[in-house]
Design a protein around this ligand. Structure first.
Ligand code: CDP
Ligand code: MG
Length: 172
């Protein structure tokens, strides 16, 4: 008996790596970033979850984790701690805790800045047409979506909303 020659095999991790390189766009060495998006209670109530998510997805950002949840006062205050001394703080906390919201960790190259661009300016009067806020809202408080404003706050905010075990490895 002689042993049949072994077929050249590609191990599973190698196959995964090949797929990653084939489908990755742009500079393969560009590090991915994660950012926190909140689809706020006004967007949920208006049935805009899909619309908001699809705008981020169509731009190429991917979902790393997602939760439908209702914030309690403690988490809302921690999330908006930077605004604690502002006159709009209490109404903002009342609004953000008023109903369910969707917390999303989005991933991609320059995800933090990209999300802010897609959201548009805080004031809907300043938000450009084509942005989420520019297309769908008219009042400053009820501006549909939150996005972290820099990589450092993204990391801090993501820690408030997600544990490491909430992240799903997408494989692309
Ligand atoms: O959300 P963004 O980072 O664009 O704005 P912010 O200055 O961090 O403010 C946080 C949130 O507070 C806004 O998204 C609005 O919902 C709310 N806000 C408000 O109710 N009244 C203001 N004068 C400014 C902000
Ligand atoms: Mg902000």
């Amino acid at each position: 008996m002689f042993a049949a020659p072994r077929a050249k095999s590609v191990t599973a991790p190698t196959a995964v790596r090949l797929r990653v390189n084939i489908f990755r766009r742009g500079n393969v060495n560009m590090p991915k970033e994660r950012t926190l998006v909140l689809i706020k209670p006004d967007a949920v109530q208006r049935g805009l979850i899909g619309e908001v998510l699809s705008r981020f997805e169509r731009k190429g950002l991917t979902l790393a984790a997602m939760k439908l949840m209702r914030l309690d006062r403690e988490l809302a205050c921690r999330h908006y701690a930077a605004h604690a001394d502002k006159d709009f703080f209490e109404p903002l906390i009342a609004f953000i805790t008023s109903g369910p919201l969707v917390a999303v960790a989005l991933e991609g190259e320059n995800a933090v800045a990209l999300v802010r661009k897609i959201m548009g300016a805080t004031d809907p009067m300043e938000a450009a047409p084509g942005t989420i806020r520019g297309d769908f809202c008219e009042r400053m408080r009820y501006n549909l979506v939150h996005g972290s404003d820099c990589p450092l706050s993204a990391a801090e905010e993501l820690r408030l909303f997600f544990n490491e075990c909430d992240y799903v490895v997408s494989g692309h």
